[in-house]
Design a protein around this ligand. Sequence first.
Ligand code: F0G
Length: 360
Amino acid sequence: MNAKKYKGIIQKYSRFLPVNSKTPIITLNEGNTPLIYAGYLSRLVGKNSEVYLKYEGLNPTGSFKDRGMTLAISKACEQKATAVICASTGNTSASAAAYAARAGIKCIVLIPSGAIALGKLSQALIHGAKVLAIKGNFDDALNLVKEITKMFPITLVNSLNPYRIQGQKTASFEICDYLGNAPDFQIMPVGNAGNITAYWEGYKEYKTQGLSKRLPVMLGFQAAGAAPIVRGKPINNPETIATAIRIGNPASWKNALLARDESKGLIDLVSDKQILVAYRILAEKEGVFAEPASAASIAGLLKLIKKGYFQRYLTKQQKIRIVCILTGHGLKDPERAIKTIQPPKLMRADFKTIIKEIGY
Ligand code: F0G
């Protein structure tokens, strides 16, 4: 086999991961996602600034979850597990179902009934997971799977599983490898808070190893109706159109605060309206289609620009680099895209009418 061929994050970053020669590597060649320069957004921030989009929607199942899932499922197989389970707002279940299928083990997922995007549901189903829609929200589902895994030999693959975080931290390695250093700022959505935990661990580890020279300021954004960290208390009935981050009691709450405070960053909120504006700007001005939860990164960026947050850095005449994490692909939630835009105009199949309509 050609050692240079890309075979996923475990092979690429094995020296940073808890794997050994006996770990069976269950991979779909996840990771290695593009860091895309965003010209329109860079100009909005100002001169001397560069905005990049880490397009995690280009992972095999369409979200960043694959980075953590390749490791969680590989380790589960190493430990001879025969079944895995997760609670999910959609993406974790899609990823768990795919990697479990590849490993030939059973996958059970609990999802909040009626509250996950169509693409994600179709993925969990087609990969053959046992999908149970519960009459409750994500937090209820997570409590249930925690209880179940305490009593039965089923491996939990939510981000409470430490291998998930270990796998996900490879995204910060990729960003540093690409830019030659960590960015000045990183902006990302926060739901269950596993991903902000993972990125921060990754950045710290790379710096300790001498592979980057600085740490970024971590800027996290929650949806206004599901912002327990910002409000300082769990939310019983979280609500947002960004269903991926519709979470009222994040499992990694403390670690999110650690990332925020150690990096001198912030965790703030954006309204659904701001998320939808950002969702469209991203698609219309940058040509990148991300799901609504991912657009929370861009909504956060726009909010900070408006507040003049970056001004004090820009006036120092130094170049600033901002990386926005786009956690999931826009096709995950096609219904939202169609609802957000005017439906196509119905036309007679007539040459002249069409030409007139398109303005020629
Ligand atoms: N963006 C997307 C697209 C997500 O699916 C999630 C989480 C997040 C952001 C937030 O990441 O939870 O690590 O803070 N989705 C989980 C799921 C909860 O079940 O798919 P987080």
